[in-house]
Write a protein that binds this ligand. Structure first.
Ligand code: SF4
Ligand code: FES
Length: 145
């Protein structure tokens, strides 16, 4: 699966041993990253991602917890990148999206794949401007479930 996608909006943050890619459109501020490794992910710093501040294994571990797939890694040191997840799991977030993890392909009406990822957040409130993906609008919409 090509996770980094060559879309212009995807930003790259480079260290010698690992590159972190970030797609801002997919981030819903679930904050797994800033809680998991605050020395690397700090929204008060510029750039806000500084992968050189931790070991590559730790960076990969925290990035693999980003539930939306906004973050991914590319190892440069030959180390283990995110381990493929074969079983598909769907988790309901209270008053929020469905977190899907596993080998996910999202297809359009014609069956054409428009996203492949290990981690995807799907809208279940109907308010997202980026359907089928959650864009965080459930909070402003007052969605409860
Ligand atoms: S873990 Fe992912 S979705 Fe959550 S704040 Fe970080 S980048 Fe955004
Ligand atoms: S569930 Fe997040 S925008 Fe709909």
């Amino acid at each position: 699966m090509d996770m980094a996608e060559s879309k212009p909006r995807v930003r790259r943050y480079e260290a010698d041993d690992v590159v972190v890619t970030f797609d801002p459109k997919l981030c819903i501020h679930a904050q797994e990253c800033v809680r998991g490794l605050p020395e690397v992910f700090d929204i008060d710093e510029r750039p806000w991602v500084q992968p050189q501040n931790a070991g590559a294994d730790a960076v990969v571990d925290v990035v693999s917890r980003c539930p939306t797939g906004a973050l991914h890694t590319e190892r440069r040191d030959g180390g283990q990148d995110e381990a493929p997840i074969t079983d598909v799991t769907i988790r309901e977030v209270v008053n929020g999206p469905l977190y899907v993890s596993g080998e996910v392909s999202v297809v359009d009406d014609d069956g054409a794949v428009f996203r492949e990822d290990w981690r995807v957040a799907l809208c279940r409130c109907g308010a997202s401007d980026d359907k089928p993906f959650c864009d965080g609008s459930h909070t402003a919409a007052g969605f409860t479930a």
